[in-house]
Write a protein of this length. Structure first.
Ligand SMILES: [Zn+2]
Length: 310
């Protein structure tokens, strides 16, 4: 063996191995800063409005308008060979899924960037022949079935885990697709049991005591469109306070009512809708409610609000 052959056969490869292992074991010291937060701030709930097989295809295959979600929750018996709903992880939570579309919530836009999305297999039985100017125009012709209890149980446990992993998702940041894109979307629809989920620690719900207080106020002082626009925006909705009952305001009111007052879906302002909205602001968005009071001095302070701000 020549020196050159020995050199080529042993020295160069060994040097390469040593260099590679030095790179692989580059020492990095964990020294956590106090100044950081999570990248995920929102949890968005959807229904697929398709059966399981079609939902899975649409959410996982290449398409000219590709969509996905982090999780797909089936109905019982649709996947996995048993009689339980299954949870399929389609996209890791550390990566963006494409479920939120051109969306707005609490001053954030394009919520794909900082949300986790759950799609639930569910069929709304809305007519598909019409192309209405607003999706809410179809509501009277939809036949929304109840969500199966075992499917909701699975969604609840899945959401509880997501909230544990991403503590920046406060209750007002667990939203319907309809809340963040009300001009195009109505999911997860009026039968989704938001109150039940809130009782399990997932998302927001108002306290009845606050609702009683605010309903009494708004029965005497009917809320203006401008006040409702301001209040909806203070809660998170993407609506401007222009003061006119435009289509955007109607879509946002429908989305709010579908979430919190499903029996009162009208797209118009009434005392019950105002009471629910202000009860939510009082419970979860006190600083924003105080700013509203500064601009609207007629808004009262309830004894509970006074307690909360002590
Ligand atoms: Zn959706």
């Amino acid at each position: 063996m020549t020196v050159g052959g020995w050199y080529l056969r042993w020295v160069i490869p060994m040097t390469a191995v040593l260099l590679l292992s030095a790179c692989a074991s580059l020492p990095i010291v964990d020294y956590p800063s106090a100044n950081q937060d999570g990248r995920v701030r929102f949890l968005v709930i959807h229904f697929t409005d398709e059966d399981f097989q079609r939902s899975l295809e649409l959410l996982t295959r290449p398409h000219k308008n590709p969509v996905s979600a982090h999780y797909l929750v089936s109905r019982a018996g649709e996947f996995g060979g048993n009689d339980k709903p299954a949870v399929l992880r389609l996209v890791d939570e550390s990566r963006r899924a494409w479920h939120a579309g051109p969306s707005r919530w609490q001053g954030h836009a394009q919520l794909n960037d900082d949300s986790v999305g759950i799609e639930i297999v569910y069929e709304s039985r809305c007519p598909r022949d019409a192309a209405p100017s607003s999706p809410w125009d179809l509501e009277p012709r939809c036949a929304y079935p109840d969500f199966p209890a075992d499917q909701i149980d699975v969604v609840t446990r899945l959401a509880q885990g997501i909230l544990r992993r991403h503590p920046d998702i406060d209750p007002t940041r667990v939203v319907a697709h309809a809340d963040i894109q009300p001009e195009n979307k109505t999911d997860p629809g009026p039968k989704f049991p938001w109150k039940q989920l809130a009782a399990a620690g997932v998302g927001a719900w108002f306290d009845d005591t606050d609702v009683v207080f605010w309903r009494a106020h708004f029965a005497e002082h009917p809320p203006s469109i401008a006040l409702m626009q301001e209040a909806l925006a203070a809660y998170g909705y993407g609506v401007e306070a222009g003061g006119s009952a435009d289509r955007r305001t109607r879509d946002v009111l429908f989305a709010f009512q579908s979430h919190f007052l499903p029996e009162r879906r009208s797209g118009t302002v009434d005392a019950d809708t105002a009471a629910a909205l202000f009860a939510l602001l009082a419970k979860y968005r006190a600083p924003e409610l105080n700013q509203l009071r500064e601009r609207n001095p007629g808004l009262p302070v309830s004894p509970r609000d006074a307690e909360r701000t002590k």
